[in-house]
Design a protein around this ligand. Structure first.
Ligand code: ZN
Length: 124
């Protein structure tokens, strides 16, 4: 998170290595060295709206990138019953669809089962 913030802050400046200066792209003011704390302070004091909107834009993309753990609390038997009802009632193409697989794959793996196991059980 901190690295990402710094990246956003640095995007507002152009670094001139020969002068060892950071130049603000908005007001063309220059600052000695390359310190994100100084740069951030400058942005907050002089270009707060631009800085905050840039922060906001980058925040939107975060949840999609981050993997989260979802927990379902039910017994093994309850889970099997629910899955059996789904598997035996939805069309085969739904079971084969990427979204269904994405959702159910890890649950089936946890049960050490495959969707077909329910279908096979029904036929016999
Ligand atoms: Zn500036």
């Amino acid at each position: 998170m901190k690295i990402k913030n710094n990246f956003i802050v640095r995007n507002f400046f152009v670094f001139h290595p020969t002068k060892n200066e950071e130049e603000c792209k908005i007001c063309r003011n220059s600052f000695k060295g390359s310190y994100t704390t100084n740069m951030k302070r400058h942005l907050l004091q002089h270009h707060e709206a631009a800085y905050l909107s840039e922060m906001e834009k980058n925040k939107v993309n975060e949840p999609a990138e981050k993997k989260r753990k979802f927990e379902i609390t039910m017994s093994r038997r309850e889970m099997k019953e629910v899955l059996e009802k789904i598997v035996t009632n939805v069309p085969a193409e739904t079971l084969e669809s990427a979204p269904f697989k994405a959702l159910s794959e890890q649950i089936f793996a946890g049960l050490e089962m495959k969707p077909e196991d329910f279908l096979n059980a029904q036929e016999s």
